[in-house]
Design a protein around this ligand. Sequence first.
Ligand code: BJ8
Length: 425
Amino acid sequence: MSEDYRSMWADLGLDLVAHDALLGVLGQAYQDIYLTQKNRPEGMGYFDFVMSEVHGLRIKELLDEKAAGRKVVGSYCVFVPEEIVLAANATLVGLCSGADFATEEVEKLLPRNTCALIKSSFGFKLGKVCPYFESADMIVGENTCDGKKKAYESLGGLVKNLYVMDLPQVKSGQGKALLKAEYERFKEAVEKLTSVPVTAESLKKAIETVNAKRAALHRLSSFRRAEPAPISGLDALLANQVFFYDNPARFTESVNKVCDELEKRVAKKQGVFPEGTPRILVSGCPQAVPNWKVPFIVETSGAVIVGEESCVGERGVRNLTDETGQTLEEMMEAIVDRYFKVDCAIFTPNPERLEHIKAMAAEYKADGVIHYGLQFCQPYLMESIPVERALKAGHIPTLRLETDYSTEDVGQLKTRIEAFIEQLR
Ligand code: BJ8
């Protein structure tokens, strides 16, 4: 890493020794998991570059934007509307929450039986190793699951500008009204942060920008329906993960470049794995960078992942925001409509999610579904039981996993995943 980056990280207040250790582990994991894959589309080279610079060049870009007067907003949830952030002249970034860090320190603030994702978000802050967190002018928390909701109370004591967004838990008229009121309140908060009012013009442009990102991922997903699948699940997951970090326009262009290649591969029936490789749909909790544990095990055990029913995946990008609104009010309404459709397990009841899992399994011609649940995540673990029952009743083989970010259970997971894949052949 260049000296420039080191002084940049030091200025951000990172713990350089701990950060070096993190980058070392991350680089090795990327090498072992990603760079050992065969038949990757050439366009994935861009994403390799992004990952190699995820704490370097991208942070420098954000700091340059800040120097030019733009603000940076960090978030942990797909309910935080990027359209509003962009329209107020700020950049939205996802915050690190995909690896264990500073666990001992974290467990002084959070109970041990807190999900790995929440613990990780604290670990990156307490361990001073997330340059996104330290670059952010505002951190947005959201009242989703109980774990996050209560954890933000503690996080508030660690950061200067934590903004907590309330979210509905029921898909009712009242729930939608709450979301609308909260998005209006959020808009005002971001406008106050940036001193830039959201206008019909800026919001229209922002809606188009974010829709284009989502549409590029839709295009990528469409090729994963082909048999043989032209891209690995690991690579597709990486594109979905980079969605939360990269410059939006550049991300869209880079995904579309990969898609151009995939189009040719599909025409030539060129798969990343041989024809007949069992096809898996993964459903459940989000898999944030660098949480590649389960997809790596699946794809080194003789199967290919063809879709992610997840917020880092199709649940997060499935719906586009209607672009026909002309006034600010119409566009805000369209944003509320779009986000209110997200079928996170924090909603009760949440029947749409099961329907989406079934529809995705059919669309992507999945031979089986792996339900990915993070240990102590009540919403998804609770839903996984009726989901498994319903899928099995529909003759869709299903494997329910409960795991965390450690490597302790890799052997056990591999045994269960291999047995499941065997059953699909
Ligand atoms: S919209 S899925 S990104 S809340 S894994 S912290 S649910 S205990 S992440 Fe999520 Fe928004 Fe919903 Fe999506 Fe809690 Fe579960 Fe942990 Fe989770």
